[in-house]
Design a protein around this ligand. Structure first.
Ligand code: ZN
Ligand code: ZN
Length: 459
């Protein structure tokens, strides 16, 4: 198993990814371009998966015959290690009309993901071992790919009293977060960091100063001034981030900063890493490809928290992703019901879906024009579990098969054939994108294949 807890340092790692039992797959992908930058692989090969494990990487045409194996003619197609998303919202328990574990994991598999980490701002929130146990049980029945569950830092996400972090960790929490809300009280976060050091499991932080953000609905800048909307300044994020990095350094604790959006935040992270803070961070496809110019449309599919910022901020995120200041790509997949989005921009719910479009959007807007290399994108999309002790999948013999089969030439229109997600609030809706995930193998099993993509069966 290569999507597994690495167990390095700290107390013994509990089983943090929940898997559904099921039969392993046997298949042969013939003649695909296999790319895994971590093992220095970029070559046309026949890839043999036998009983869920990568059994062989043969010269094209050299794969053995295996009775009953599914045969895929993959010439001209690309196979990369499947992606890991450290930040999704699956709305379980309480808001299953927006997304549940079945639709959420299918949406993830459709985007090429083999594992995801689900946030805890549910209804009720995941702030007790009882709620955590019930969502883990549901995932064992409903999830088509492995899911790690975050538990809350504070009870009821009220930002005051800590949860039983050690007990939650033992019950399988992959980490801790009050995402959706910042932890405004520095004393509360300091205590949480002290417990994190004992319990293990990184604390993931939604960085925002509630006083600086108050009343804001979009980025504070030229566009908000023109539209007459109250803005959220970038420093709302970076000042809080700076405070929290200082606290993490002081306590010797480990933090993961969610959805970086501002240049000042990238600069703070770079300084913190240089100073020895144990901090990792993520950026979303929407912040990497879009700016607040999109908000001129007043379309609520461009409303999320943190908001889309300026071209200068976007460039800083790209530089951060390139030089490793930003560790990984996270979608912050946030499904909402149509009635919460089809209202005036100021009143609309925060958040956009993202799992099904992440790779294609980044490939279309960044790889195709030569802004980012495909290798770098694959690295940053497969490393999302690392802050939580989950090693990136690899394409090597004996590894559990976690693979994404992609047609890099295929163009498709987002939403034209519907979505696997129960919600449709995508920033890329109706956009024509290049490159599409055709099939995903997660934890040794075919978890998804596009309807238009048929497989042959040998024997
Ligand atoms: Zn957040
Ligand atoms: Zn979030």
């Amino acid at each position: 198993m290569n999507v597994s807890a690495d167990g390095a340092g700290g107390p013994p790692e509990p089983q943090t990814l929940v898997r559904r039992e099921g039969p392993a797959s046997t298949l042969i992908l013939r003649g695909a371009r296999l790319m895994d930058p971590r093992v220095g692989l970029d070559a046309a090969r026949d890839l043999v998966v036998r009983d869920g494990r990568i059994a062989e990487l043969a010269e094209p045409g050299g794969a053995p015959e295996i009775e009953g194996a599914e045969l895929v003619d993959a010439e001209g197609l690309l196979v990369v290690p499947a992606f890991v998303d450290p930040h999704v919202h699956f709305r379980v328990p309480g808001e299953e009309h927006k997304e549940d574990l079945e639709t959420g994991t299918r949406s993830a598999a459709a985007g090429g993901y083999c594992a995801v980490i689900a946030m805890a701002n549910t209804s009720p929130p995941i702030d007790s071992a009882a709620v955590l146990g019930s969502v883990r049980e549901r995932a064992e029945r409903e999830a088509s790919i492995p899911v790690g569950f975050i538990a809350n830092v504070t009870r009821g996400m009220a930002g005051a009293e800590l949860t039983e972090m050690a007990e939650l960790r033992e019950a399988g929490a992959i980490g801790f977060s009050d995402d959706g809300l910042p932890i405004a009280n520095a004393r509360v976060l300091r205590r949480a960091l002290q417990y994190q050091r004992l319990a293990g499991g990184v604390i993931a932080l939604h960085e925002e100063d509630p006083d600086l953000s108050a009343g804001g609905v979009m980025n504070e800048g030229e566009v908000s001034a023109v539209l007459g909307m109250t803005g959220v300044p970038g420093v709302s994020e970076s000042t809080m981030l700076s405070r929290d990095c200082s606290l993490a350094l002081y306590e010797g604790a480990r933090i993961h900063v969610q959805h970086l959006s501002a240049r000042s935040s990238v600069e703070e992270i770079a300084r913190a890493k240089a100073a020895g803070v144990m901090v990792t961070c993520e950026a979303t496809p929407h912040h990497l490809t879009l700016t607040d110019e999109a908000v001129r449309s007043l379309d609520a599919r461009f409303k999320m928290n943190p908001p889309l910022r300026t071209e200068d901020d976007r460039k800083a995120l790209l530089d951060g992703l390139r030089d490793g200041t930003i560790d990984c790509v996270a979608t912050d997949h946030a499904p909402h019901a149509a009635e919460e989005k089809e209202v005036p921009f100021e009143e609309a719910a925060w958040g956009v879906t993202g799992l099904e479009t992440a790779f294609s959007a980044l490939y279309t807007d960044l790889v195709n024009p030569g802004v980012l290399s495909l290798e770098l994108l694959v690295e940053r999309m497969t490393s999302g579990g690392e802050p939580f002790g989950i090693a990136p999948p690899r394409i090597e013999v004996d590894a559990t098969a976690n693979l994404t089969l992609i047609d890099p030439e295929l163009t498709w229109t987002v939403g034209e054939e519907g979505y696997e997600s129960r919600s449709h609030n995508s920033s890329y809706a109706a956009r024509e994108l290049t490159a599409r995930v055709l099939m995903t193998v997660a934890d040794g099993r075919v978890a998804f294949r596009q309807r238009s993509f048929a497989l042959g069966v040998a024997g």
